[in-house]
Structure formats: structure tokens, C-alpha cells
Design a protein around this ligand. Structure first.
Ligand code: IPM
Ligand code: MN
Length: 341
């Protein structure tokens, strides 16, 4: 078992609290991490005016992995204009580190709308409407124009779809569903569908399906168990994974891995939820998403057996939390998972 260099970005609000529990669990599982803390996010921006200096980005390029809690100002705060941290920090890391797959697993808890469902969303993470294409004309006049195009490259789409099929081959049900809106987004949808069909032909043991994104929203809410691996574009994936979190037991359970599967640099692991300033410091944030994200990090680093043990413990505790009316705290949840690994 090696030791790994990990950049830890606790971030804002509940971020540092949930990351502390994730690190507690990794240590309890016996994996040695050589961590370096980075102060990035709303607090740094407000203090110093910078978001992600190039020198920091260069340091991040050389670590084995990045573990992030949550980034963002309190809702209603005007200290950070919208987009500054999203584009300047989170998306910048996704683009600069070529984190082209955003992997988001869901195991629905007993009693949740999607109870029993076990699926994973493979969200394209560097293109689509997130790419930054577009602009404004005549801003502030009655004749203003804003465009924000969706960028879809064959290379970018195909590598994401390929990841989804390779993942499905390692899962029991071996099924991949493409989610898009090919009936309306005929240019992008056509590229996605043809890339999907071509990769599918290389994976004859994987069964395939297609859903329009609006229909997928209905199925997520009514029949999520039909899904195994879902592959979709960046914006559809953003929206669908919040829905998936909500129906699976809460966004506090939703983990994610921003992966560079080509391993040309580190990957980044973060819970899907935000900074939740309203509950920061109260000890009530659920750290399970952060802990599961750390397990995804260990899996990516090659500590597959330890990663599986932590994931199993997270799933056991999330079910226990769903079924009992014990009052849990951030730390007691972390302790409970740590006690099982
Ligand atoms: C997510 C978040 C981000 C996204 C924001 C904060 C830029 O909502 O990771 O899902 O839209 O991708
Ligand atoms: Mn989101």
C-alpha cells in the first residue's frame, strides 16, 4: 500500500467539516495520505480577490488526487458575483486538468422514492453549454442578445461514452442508457447518438437504451431501478444528478468523481452538494457524500479493496440512518463509518 499526495480543498460552509470526516475514515481504513491544505473558494476570494492563481493550479497538477468539500458564498451574499467561483475555480479545474468524466453513483436508501435503485451517471464534464461558447451584444439595451452554445466534439463525446461502456462491462447488469434530447437538439443529439452506436458496437455484451431527457426525469422519479449506467451531456447530467440525489435519499448522499481517465494528471473528488452555509458549524451536515467521494478517490488511486470496504460501510450507514430515528451528527456519522472499515 502506497502513500499518496492529496491536495485538500475544504472550501466554504460545510465543506471543511465533511472533508474532515472523509479524511478520518480514510485514516481508519489504513490508507496513508500525504495531504496539503489549500484555501480556495469564497473566503479566499473575499480576503484576497484571487480565485485560482496559476501557481496553485500548477501545484495541483503534480499531486495524486484532489479532494474538495464545497465551494460557494452564502445564498443571498453579494460578496462574490455569480460565476466567479464556478467558472474561475471549479470549472477551471475540470477543464485545465481535463477531468472529462463526472461519475456520480446512486444507491437509493430504503424509504426513498427510488428505493432499491443502484445506478451511476456518467456526465460529460468538459463540453456542452459549460464550455463557455457564446456572448452578448448590445447588453443593457432593449435589443440585447445573448447566446450560449453547446459545444460537442466527437473526441470529447466519444471518450465519455467509451468510459461508460467500460464501466458497464465491470458491472453486473451491463447496461448503458444514453440520455439526450435528440428529437430537438438534432445537431448535438445526432453526434451523441452516432458516437454511442459506434462505441456500443465494440461492446456487444452491453445492452443499450435511449431516453429523451424529459422522459428520463419521469423515470428517475418513478422507476429509477431500470437504470444501470446512464451517459449524458454536461448540463443534462448536472440537472439529472440533482434529481437522482433527491429521489435516492437526499443530496447529502451524492458523491462524485471528476475523472481524468487518461491519467495525464490528478482527478478531483467532491460531494455533489454545495456549501450549505445555513447549517455550517451546527454539526448537522451529512458527511456521507464526502466520505463516498473519498472512497472513489482511493479506488482511482488503485486502493480498490479499501475503497470497496469504505463504500460498503457508507451504504450500510446510509440505510441505517434512513431506518432509525437516532440523531446523527457530522462527527457521529464519520465515527460510525470509521468504525466499520
Ligand atoms: C455540480 C455543480 C457545478 C456544476 C456548479 C457549482 C458549477 O452544480 O458539480 O453539479 O454545475 O457542474
Ligand atoms: Mn450541479
Amino acid at each position: 500500500m502506497g502513500s499518496y499526495t492529496v491536495a485538500v480543498i475544504g472550501g466554504d460552509g460545510i465543506g471543511p467539516e465533511v472533508v474532515a470526516e472523509a479524511l478520518k475514515v480514510v485514516a481508519a481504513a489504513g490508507v496513508k495520505l500525504d495531504t496539503t491544505d489549500y484555501e480556495l473558494g469564497a473566503s479566499r476570494y473575499v480576503r484576497s480577490g484571487d480565485v485560482l492563481p496559476d501557481s496553485v493550479l500548477d501545484e495541483l497538477r503534480s499531486v495524486d488526487a484532489v479532494l474538495l468539500g464545497a465551494i460557494g458564498p452564502a445564498i443571498g451574499s453579494t460578496a462574490v458575483p455569480p460565476g466567479v467561483l464556478e467558472r474561475g475555480l471549479l470549472l477551471k479545474m475540470r477543464f485545465e486538468l481535463d477531468l472529462y468524466v463526472n461519475l456520480r453513483p446512486f444507491n437509493a436508501t430504503p424509504g426513498s422514492i427510488a428505493a432499491g435503485a443502484d445506478f451511476v451517471v456518467v456526465r460529460e464534464n468538459t463540453e456542452g453549454p459549460y464550455a463557455g461558447e457564446g456572448g452578448q451584444l448590445r447588453r443593457g439595451t432593449p435589443f440585447e442578445v445573448a447566446t450560449q452554445g453547446s459545444v460537442n466534439t466527437r473526441h470529447g463525446v466519444e471518450r465519455c461514452i467509451r468510459y461508460a461502456f467500460e464501466l458497464a462491462e465491470r458491472r453486473e447488469r451491463r447496461s448503458v442508457t444514453l440520455v439526450h434530447k435528440t428529437n430537438v437538439l438534432t445537431f448535438a443529439g445526432d453526434l451523441w447518438q452516432r458516437a454511442f452506436d459506434s462505441v456500443a458496437s465494440e461492446h456487444p455484451s452491453v445492452t443499450t437504451a435511449y431516453n429523451h431527457v424529459d422522459a428520463a426525469c419521469i423515470y428517475f422519479a418513478t422507476d429509477a431501478s431500470r437504470y444501470d449506467v446512464v451517459v449524458t451531456d454536461n448540463l443534462f447530467g448536472d440537472i439529472l444528478t440533482d434529481l437522482a440525489g433527491a429521489v435516492s435519499g437526499g443530496i447529502g448522499l451524492a458523491a462524485s468523481a471528476n475523472l481524468n481517465p487518461a491519467r495525464t494528471g490528478p482527478s478531483l473528488f467532491e460531494p455533489v452538494h454545495g456549501a450549505a452555509h445555513d447549517i455550517a458549524g451546527t454539526g448537522t451536515a451529512n458527511p456521507l457524500a464526502a466520505i463516498r467521494s473519498a472512497a472513489m478517490m482511493l479506488d482511482h488511486l488503485g486502493e480498490t479493496e479499501t475503497a470497496a470496504r469504505i463504500t460498503d460501510a457508507v451504504l450500510a450507514i446510509q440505510d441505517e440512518m434512513a431506518l432509525s430515528d437516532t440523531t446523527w451528527t457530522t462527527a457521529s456519522v464519520g465515527d460510525a463509518v470509521a468504525g466499520r472499515v
